[in-house]
Structures are given as structure tokens and as C-alpha cells.
Ligand binder design. Sequence first.
Ligand SMILES: [Zn+2]
Length: 269
Amino acid sequence: MPELPEVETTKRAIAVFEGQVLKKIEVHNPNLRWAVDCKTIKTINEAKILSITRRAKYILIQLKNYCLIIHLGMTGTMRILPIESNATRKHDHVVFYFAKHKLIFNDARRFGSLHITKSPSNHFLLSALGPEPNQSDFNADFLYQKIKTSNTHTKSFLMNQKNVVGIGNIYACEILFAAGISPRRKIKYLTKKDCRAVVDQTHRIINLAIEKGGTTLQDFYAPDGNKGYFKIELNVYGREHQECRNCQNPIKRIIQNQRSTFFCKKCQN
Ligand SMILES: [Zn+2]
């Protein structure tokens, strides 16, 4: 699944269309995670793109009157082709046409989505989101306040988009290892110092991953056609029974909320 760094990489790659005129949008298959509002989409013609930004794992394409909200879901990718290219693929569901290029949204499993709205900040997908994981409003004071009313364990808390956005399973495991905090611990028992460690490691790991162009799972292709790579070294994720790089004890795997959690019993408490 594309995680926040992959979405950021995708956003940066398609930001070349900022200032360009979006001629039209063709929807080949409206049956994404939510049905695409083809009626409104069809009204888009010759619309200048004012900005392309990211909020959590959503890409926002701002036009004069509307904002397009794209989510890549599990298998979604965006790729850029010259306008004359016929290199279409199975699962190319939406095509955005520009003067010299077309931008294609491909999604085999169709958990991705395309919404069109006049007011993105009030949109149901965006209105309840927590702060960005690599921004200064996600800080130790914020986290320490937020955890007091939570009864969940550390990993679930970090993966809840209402608390902080864009931390998926891989990054949650890696952040907690780097911070030395057990994924099984109740978040409300974290000290201010623990909160600072979680925040510092979140900033560090997310920024590192963005800098490296994102980790990547088999389905993610960067929009320029390059396959992404698992470029950050993973210390615990996917390393069950292997030696902890810190203490040589075997990495443990447990299931939390139907997801695998990897951690070191000795280094994280
Ligand atoms: Zn260890």
C-alpha cells in the first residue's frame, strides 16, 4: 500500500502540472472505492491548475472552482505519458488531459478514490484529520495532551488518522522501535519524555523516507515509471526471528487489530 512518503513522492512528481490547463478528465471506470461523480467531473474543461498539494495520503488538485481529491488506496498509481502515447494498461480508470501530457490513475484493486468538491477542508475525508507527522504541530506537548483520553495501545494510537496522519503499519513499527517503546503499552502511560522520543523519531523516519522517495511495496511505481525501492533500512518490520540490530535478541511478531506488529522485547518497553 502506498504510504505517506510514496504519496508525497507522487505529489511532487505530478506537481509539474501546476499552472497548466487541465483540458478534460475521462473516467473509464467510476466504480472506485466511492463512485466517481462523473456528472460534475464532466463539467471540467480548460481549467487551470492553481496548486497540487498533499494532506495525509490525499493528493489535492486545486482548480478555480473545484478541488479534486485523489487517494491511491492499496494499489493506486499515477503515471505521466506524452499525449500521443497509446501505452494504456489494464486498470487505467481515470485520465487527466493536458496540452502535451496525460496523467493516468491506475488502480487494480480499486480501493483508491477520486472526489470533486468545492470545499476540501469540509470534505468528509479531510475534516477530521490529525496533524501531519513531519510538521511542527505534531509535537511532544500536543501528543502528551492527546494521549490522556485514549485507552488504546501505542501502535493503534499512532495509526489512527484522527491523532496524526499518514503513519501506516511499517512506519508505526519502525517509529516505536526507534523510540524504544513497546507497541503493546497503553499510550496514556507514556511520559512527556516518551512523547518527545515518539515525535522525534516520527519526524526523523518520515522525513528520511520522503527524502529517499518512499519505501515501496510491489504495487507502487513512481509516476515517472521507475519502480520504487525499499530504501530505508527496516529494523523490525518483516524481520520476525531475525536478530535485533541493537541487542541480537530475535524480533517478535504479534497481531494487533488484525495487523502484524514487529518489535524487540528487550529494546522496547
Ligand atoms: Zn533489541
